[in-house]
Design a protein around this ligand. Structure first.
Ligand code: NCD
Length: 325
């Protein structure tokens, strides 16, 4: 199909002049406040389209390679659903053990291979920094779906979109992050992203799982107030968004250390009596024991809605990097 670089008549042809065309999404540090407004606007439109027609052909003929070196349910299947709802198709490589990775192929050779067949690659890998290395070796866009304990930018975007859709604004919100703030890549990305707004951040964690200094320093540079606690009691009543995380067992070097902190916090209806009535509880999921299932029916429990918002944000991101938004 001939492409017309300035045509507003999307979905015919891709707009190669569009700001995000061909770009990688590696870190939330790439985004400015106006970029978020744009992404949320496109995601909101995607939501409307899915509700009205379910599936449409914006990315017809485009192929996504979903390359996952770590387990995933939501991220992998929501990227697949996003691509298919936009009329595109997916090469799923969820079990790298059945791919040439087990023959010793390097990450850069694997992504160079996949970009011969696909238009965009979504990568999840256990090493911090791997997404940037892979992207550098490629010509096509790469989307980071989690690089070790580093970042998870698409999760942070969907988390921020969830806050926007549920609470309508960001400014003056108190956001409390709870649990494994050391190894949890979602909170590293979310703290950085929220520092674009006038929020107040509380970090509640066991002593050995505190938010890394590097992240706190970056957030501090933006003039955001951050406070650390070991107990939730003091900050729960003022919290507008309680962002709960799983203790990341797979990243501990010492199993005994994990055992000591794995049950450090449990959110349940009794504890939540101290919280505001108009606030939300989020979690990137999967949860283990940190939120009791007894809380699931509370209207403040936003974690299942949060997953759905993820579909719309990932549809928006795929359309953007492929020049269709
Ligand atoms: C998170 C991840 O992989 O970092 N999951 C997700 O993508 N929704 C959180 C986690 O595994 O605890």
């Amino acid at each position: 199909m001939p492409t017309n670089s300035s045509s507003p008549h999307l979905p015919f042809g891709e707009n190669k002049n569009a700001e995000w065309y061909g770009k990688d999404i590696i870190s939330v540090k790439q985004f400015k406040r106006e970029d978020l407004e744009y992404i949320f606007g496109v995601a909101h439109e995607m939501r409307g389209m899915v509700e009205r027609v379910g599936t449409f052909d914006l990315l017809k003929g485009k192929i996504l390679a979903n390359l996952f070196y770590e387990p995933s349910t939501r991220t992998s299947s929501s990227f697949t659903a996003a691509m298919e709802r936009l009329g595109g198709s997916v090469i799923p490589i969820n079990e790298v053990k059945y791919s040439s990775v087990t023959k010793g192929e390097t990450l850069t050779d694997t992504v160079r291979t996949l970009e011969c067949y696909a238009d965009v690659i979504v990568l999840r890998h256990p090493e911090t920094g791997s997404a940037a290395i892979a992207a550098k070796a490629m010509r096509k866009p790469l989307i980071n779906a989690g690089d070790g304990a580093g970042e998870h930018p698409t999760q942070a975007l969907l988390d921020a979109f969830t806050i926007r859709e549920e609470l309508k604004h960001f400014d003056n919100l108190t956001v409390t992050m709870l649990g494994d703030l050391k190894y949890g890549r979602t909170v590293h990305s979310l703290a950085r992203l929220l520092s674009l707004f006038d929020v107040k951040l509380n970090y509640v964690s066991p002593d050995i799982l505190k938010m890394p200094k590097e992240v706190m320093d970056e957030v501090k540079e933006k003039g955001i107030s951050q406070n650390e606690f070991s107990s939730l009691d003091k900050v729960l009543p003022e919290t507008d968004v309680l962002y709960v995380t799983r203790v990341q067992k797979e990243r501990f070097e010492n199993a005994d250390e994990y055992e000591k902190v794995k049950g450090a916090y449990v959110i349940d209806p009794a504890i939540m009596q101290a919280a505001k009535q108009k606030m939300i509880v989020m979690h990137p999921l999967p949860r283990v024991t940190e939120i009791s299932m007894d809380f699931d029916d509370d209207p403040r429990a936003a974690y299942f809605r949060q997953m759905e918002y993820g579909l719309y944000v990932r549809m928006a991101l795929l359309a953007m990097v492929l020049g269709k938004a």
